[in-house]
Design a protein around this ligand. Structure first.
Ligand SMILES: *[C@@H]1O[C@H](CO)[C@@H](O)[C@H](O)[C@H]1NC(C)=O
Ligand SMILES: *[C@@H]1O[C@H](CO)[C@@H](O)[C@H](O)[C@H]1NC(C)=O
Ligand SMILES: *[C@@H]1O[C@H](CO)[C@@H](O)[C@H](O)[C@H]1NC(C)=O
Ligand SMILES: *[C@@H]1O[C@H](CO)[C@@H](O)[C@H](O)[C@H]1NC(C)=O
Ligand SMILES: *[C@@H]1O[C@H](CO)[C@@H](O)[C@H](O)[C@H]1NC(C)=O
Ligand SMILES: *[C@@H]1O[C@H](CO)[C@@H](O)[C@H](O)[C@H]1NC(C)=O
Ligand SMILES: *[C@@H]1O[C@H](CO)[C@@H](O)[C@H](O)[C@H]1NC(C)=O
Ligand SMILES: *[C@@H]1O[C@H](CO)[C@@H](O)[C@H](O)[C@H]1NC(C)=O
Ligand SMILES: *[C@@H]1O[C@H](CO)[C@@H](O)[C@H](O)[C@H]1NC(C)=O
Ligand SMILES: *[C@@H]1O[C@H](CO)[C@@H](O)[C@H](O)[C@H]1NC(C)=O
Ligand SMILES: *[C@@H]1O[C@H](CO)[C@@H](O)[C@H](O)[C@H]1NC(C)=O
Ligand SMILES: CC(=O)N[C@H]1CO[C@H](CO)[C@@H](O)[C@@H]1O
Length: 552
């Protein structure tokens, strides 16, 4: 969560929100999710976005005992800018099809806000909250006190797999008398049989590590501080074991989000491979590794409950504090979207060393129809008119194959998504000789803001495999591009006045010994099937609510 911006936004909320959010519910419903209209032209169809209101950081991500993924998120249910923060909630079996659930955590007193945090399972009843069950869930979050003068860490427990929480009567569980102290991420450390939590002293550039036998009584263990890029704040730490490709050595990953002060402006995530012994994290080196070369990838969180030797899964908030409160999706009564779920593991990239791979998780599961397949495009171009694809969402990939050596690294592969109505476009491409990949969202005209910068690029090193790859997902107002299977990735939102509906994918100057294989699929909307006759997604409406009855 962000600090003063939220306070500012909170103050502006009454005036701004009342003007903008005529259809936002008031008061906040407690027994049922807010309804959402997911059919608007800017509303992503395979990404998670809130039914209405404003969303930021993913929170509390865990897998329950039935294998269901739970995603909570920073949620302002009464406005379209940051503020009045609750924990919104959604669940999914496949990480693409999300069921909106009732709000999970509410502030109790005026001015209080439930800032970011995490959730764990307590199968052994270490907390004592669960006399009769092994599927107990404990959430740990930051309470921003009513005065806004202090941030403390609190816990809440759930008997019903994370749908309903009871706040612990002895809260707070960690308090440091600090104003900028937040975003607890907890996990069970098997070797020391202990709970561990990381909390950011944001403006001191410190990640403090605490341990506990019971999730209630926490003991300070160590500080990790002033490492990598510091920007103006550290936020949303994660620490987890991360598989390393081609190695059985247990590696850990510390992931920190910084805002403001990212190299591309505003918000970004960085990570540190290293080792953790239960109390201290030691990074392998002093290098700051940036997680994404787009501008809309912040506050990533990793799911709790994936075995340590398996690829991990993360979701980030796909926006940027520089402009998130101004993006034009208020016209569709929501603001912000999550990134695609990403599969993550460490690899040893040629010449670079440790690199966190981030690639869409099981994207094949939402393929609808193959629109293009050509294993031998050469220096050709394929055009796709996807105006008839209802979701407006596509997955594409291009592999340059048969590269024989460095001298064969020539030419480029580009993509353009454009609007046949307005001529607006989002473009990008990859250049083999320099290894540079770029994305340009500047030819969309639905949003003008000095911080909403246009062009992004980054370079990667050819690994000698004979293959150079680019792939991506476009979904109405967000594009995510991946190089070489996720060694580099870029997440960018964009806001066209008219929907993009035409794609060109082309290769030029490719060495005669090489070729290009391309494929494009349409993606099936995961929201459209949830709409009722009025086009509204009600989510999990299991309890009666007067407001919902009115809606129907
Ligand atoms: C639960 O108890 C088992 C047996 O002592 C132990 O191996 C495991 O690490 C514990 N897990 C948690 C989350 O408490
Ligand atoms: C869980 O902890 C509570 C409080 O310590 C205790 O009363 C209860 O017996 C425990 N249940 C189990 C199954 O260990
Ligand atoms: C850890 O960092 C916090 C926040 O800056 C500071 O108050 C505390 O003294 C530090 N502890 C140690 C042991 O350095
Ligand atoms: C963990 O590492 C720290 C710093 O290197 C060290 O002081 C501490 O003794 C280690 N703890 C264990 C259990 O090895
Ligand atoms: C990465 O691979 C290089 C070349 O094989 C090797 O020298 C280096 O030690 C490896 N680094 C890691 C972190 O495994
Ligand atoms: C693949 O692309 C090439 C070059 O543009 C073209 O000649 C060929 O017909 C295409 N093949 C298929 C199966 O579309
Ligand atoms: C194509 O690649 C081959 C093999 O690396 C190289 O010998 C040749 O010079 C390249 N062709 C051109 C036109 O540069
Ligand atoms: C891709 O765009 C770049 C930059 O405009 C250009 O230099 C290159 O020739 C283009 N490649 C293709 C395949 O269109
Ligand atoms: C692609 O263009 C390059 C550079 O003009 C040329 O060397 C190569 O032969 C062309 N490839 C094909 C398959 O035509
Ligand atoms: C591109 O390469 C990847 C990895 O080898 C493969 O899974 C994928 O099917 C290839 N795509 C095309 C269009 O050939
Ligand atoms: C709906 O929510 C209830 C808890 O309020 C939960 O038990 C149930 O599993 C949820 N159903 C679906 C389909 O999400
Ligand atoms: C499944 C079950 O019996 N759950 C109960 C466990 O205990 C809590 C607290 O007493 C009850 O609220 C649950 O219903």
């Amino acid at each position: 969560m962000i600090r003063s911006l939220v306070l500012l936004a909170g103050a502006l909320l009454l005036s701004v929100a009342s003007a903008q959010t005529s259809t936002v519910a008031e008061p906040v419903p407690s027994g049922t999710p807010l309804p959402g209209y997911y059919a608007g032209p800017l509303r992503p169809q395979v990404h998670y976005s809130p039914p209405q209101g404003f969303m930021n950081d993913p929170n509390g991500m865990f897998i329950d005992v039935d294998g269901l993924y739970h995603l909570y998120y920073q949620f302002n249910p009464t406005g379209l800018v940051a503020g009045n923060v609750h924990w919104g909630h959604a669940t999914s079996e496949d990480l693409y099809t999300w069921t909106n659930q009732k709000i999970a955590l509410f502030p109790d007193r005026p001015g209080e806000q439930i800032f970011s945090g995490s959730a764990v399972l307590d199968p052994n009843n270490t907390s004592g909250f669960f006399p009769n069950q092994t599927n107990g869930v404990v959430a740990i979050y930051t309470l921003s006190t009513g005065s806004g003068q202090e941030q403390v860490q609190e816990i809440a427990y759930s008997y019903d797999n994370g749908y309903t929480f009871t706040k612990y009567a002895g809260n707070p569980v960690i308090s440091a008398g600090a104003k900028e102290f937040r975003d607890p991420k907890a996990f069970w450390h098997e070797e020391t049989e202990s709970w561990v939590v990381l909390v950011a002293f944001s403006q001191e550039f410190v990640i403090s590590i605490y341990t506990s036998p019971n999730l209630i009584d926490w003991t300070f263990a160590s500080n990790f501080s002033n490492a990598g890029l510091i920007g103006l704040q550290y936020e949303c730490p994660n620490l987890l074991q991360m598989p390393m490709e081609g190695s059985h050595e247990p590696m850990w990953l510390l992931y920190i989000s910084i805002n403001p002060g990212a190299p591309y402006g505003g918000s970004i995530g960085e990570y540190f491979p290293g080792h953790f012994n239960g109390t201290h994290f030691t990074a392998v080196d002093a290098v700051a590794r940036i997680a994404d070369f787009g501008k809309d990838n912040y506050a990533a969180q990793f799911f709790y409950g994936i075995p340590a030797n398996e690829n991990q899964i993360s979701i980030a908030w796909a926006s940027n504090w520089q402009y998130t409160n101004n993006v034009p999706t208020d016209s569709e009564n929501f603001r912000s979207v999550m990134s695609l779920p990403r599969y993550n593991y460490l690899t040893n990239a040629t010449r670079i060393g440790y690199q966190l791979v981030s690639v869409p998780y099981n994207i094949e599961s939402i393929f609808e129809a193959q629109l293009v397949s050509n294993d031998s495009l050469g220096n050709g171009t394929v055009f796709v008119d996807y105006s008839s694809i209802e979701s407006g969402a596509l997955y594409f990939e291009a592999n340059v194959t048969g590269l024989s050596d460095m001298a064969s690294l020539q030419g480029s592969v580009n993509f353009t998504f454009s609007s046949s109505v307005s001529g607006e476009s989002v473009r990008g491409g990859t250049d083999l000789l320099s290894g540079t990949t770029w994305v340009d969202r500047g030819e969309t005209r639905g949003f003008d803001n000095p911080y909403f910068t246009d062009k992004f690029s980054n370079s990667a090193v050819y690994d000698g495999s004979g293959l150079w790859r680019i792939s991506g997902v476009i979904d109405r107002s967000i594009i995510e591009v991946f190089v070489n299977g996720g060694e580099e990735s870029a997440t960018n939102t964009f806001y066209p006045n008219s929907p993009l509906d035409t794609m060109a994918l082309s290769a030029r100057g490719i060495n005669a010994t090489a070729d290009v294989a391309v494929a494009v699929w349409s993606l099936r909307s995961t929201w459209a099937p949830q709409q009722n006759a009025e086009g509204v997604v009600l989510g999990n409406v299991t309890q009666s609510n007067s407001r919902m009855r009115r809606m129907r």
